[in-house]
Design a protein around this ligand. Structure first.
Ligand SMILES: [Zn+2]
Length: 421
């Protein structure tokens, strides 16, 4: 006879009685028709030990295999659905200042160009961010992470890009690193020195591109404070040729590549992302069928940000169906930012994905979890409820569809590394 106490799996955190555990299991990324396959287990148990998942399976198999250690925590998820913690792969959550008054102006009919002409837009955030010290950036940004966490996000990406000079970009990235230590959400940091040409370089664009490539990039690489290099490649921002030069330098400096592409016009960003083998091309409101094919062939993730399109009143959304049908892995993000990124909620992004971009509920969940984790190269650790991964989970009151009932607080618990946060 085998002593079950010896053979069983120790657990210090257990979620029981869930109506369904939706694992979103890999392999990552989920592409095409498989993007809708979320691997839901009815009446399942999820167990963690020291922050990692050690068991996911049926109640009976769990009862036989898992042993709760003394002082272990059991969460009764009766009537609930358990899903992976959300991964938000595109935010600009660290900045100083406040631009909410611009939203009111926009609601009164002002265009983005008119607001920018009055000193608003990205450049007003640049002015405030340059004036803020590191501690102020951390202090002002912290509540945004609390909002994200409450919305079920347990991992996110954050970009610099409101400093636009060497020291302010580095200071922003240091603030991002400190925020990663000060609150539960794990942060994947991105260097976005090419977010916008700052006012002092408006009449000498090439000098700014040179500054990004020759001064900022080496300093950021040496600091070890960023994993990714991103460029705002679009009409009125950086051209395809400028963006290519910056991405080439980014790749040479050891960064993974991401790109703001085809948000405001069909400006060639998607094709550049494919050409460069970027990990992710983001926004894509104007992506063509040809761009979708190129992204699929180059295995670039399409990270779609319908919350931004909604709050910016862009009047259109990315062609999610065409991208999925072309075989592109689609991810979702909130685009938290001081202008149009007004919601920290991945469930809201899912709701828009379903009801404005014609994705299925299951496709939108995969886009908000496993495919988002893949876009950040973290799919080995987060994004699904699989043995060996981090115990990052969200307990949803009711069914999966309750997540997209905007205004109803469906998120009951958020768990990061096996701790209810
Ligand atoms: Zn962005």
């Amino acid at each position: 006879l085998v002593n079950p106490a010896v053979t069983s799996i120790p657990a210090d955190f257990l979620i029981t009685n869930a109506t369904s555990v939706v694992t979103c299991a890999g392999p990552a990324p989920r592409i095409g028709r498989r993007q809708g396959d979320v691997s839901a287990l009815a009446d399942a148990v999820l167990a963690g030990y020291q922050g990692r998942i050690v068991f996911v399976g049926s109640r009976d198999a769990g009862a036989a295999a898992v042993r709760l250690v003394p002082d272990g925590v059991t969460l009764n998820a009766s009537g609930c659905t358990v899903i992976p913690g959300f991964v938000d792969p595109h935010t600009h959550a660290v900045y100083a200042g406040d631009r909410r008054h611009e939203l009111r102006k926009r609601l009164s009919g002002a265009s983005y160009a008119e607001i920018a002409a009055e000193g608003g837009g990205i450049l007003s955030t640049v002015t405030a961010t340059r004036a803020a010290d590191e501690e102020q950036l951390v202090r002002e940004s912290l509540p945004r992470f609390e909002d994200m966490l409450r919305s079920g996000t347990t991992t996110c990406e954050v970009k610099s890009g409101y400093g636009l000079d060497v020291e302010s970009e580095l200071r922003t990235l240091r603030a991002i690193a400190r925020l990663g230590e000060r609150q539960p959400i794990e942060i994947s940091p991105t260097f976005l020195g090419a977010h916008e040409v700052p006012p002092e370089y408006r009449s000498q664009r090439q000098a700014y591109v040179d500054l990004v490539i020759n001064r900022m990039m080496p300093a950021v690489a040496a600091s070890g404070l960023a994993e990714w290099c991103d460029v705002f490649c679009d009409e009125g921002f950086f051209t395809v040729d400028e963006s290519r030069d910056i991405l080439l330098a980014g790749r040479a400096a050891g960064f993974g590549l991401r790109l703001h592409a085809d948000e405001l016009a069909a400006s060639g960003g998607s094709l550049l992302a494919a050409e460069m083998g970027a990990r992710s091309a983001d926004h894509l409101l104007f992506a063509t069928d040809g761009a979708a094919t190129a992204l699929a062939e180059a295995r670039v993730v399409a990270t779609l940000l319908p919350v931004a399109a909604f709050y910016l009143k862009l009047g259109r959304y990315a062609p999610a169906r065409a991208l999925i049908d072309a075989g592109v892995a689609v991810a979702l993000a909130t685009d938290v930012n001081p202008g149009g990124g007004f919601s920290p909620s991945m469930p809201f992004a899912m709701a828009l994905a379903c009801f404005a971009m014609n994705m299925t509920l299951e496709e939108s969940l995969l886009a908000a979890t496993l495919n988002a984790a893949y876009s950040l190269d973290r799919h080995h650790r987060v994004g699904s409820l699989e043995v060996g991964k981090q115990m990052d989970a969200v307990v949803v009151q009711g069914d999966l569809i309750d997540l997209v009932r905007v205004g109803v607080p469906a998120i009951k618990n958020v768990i990061k590394k096996g701790v209810v946060v």
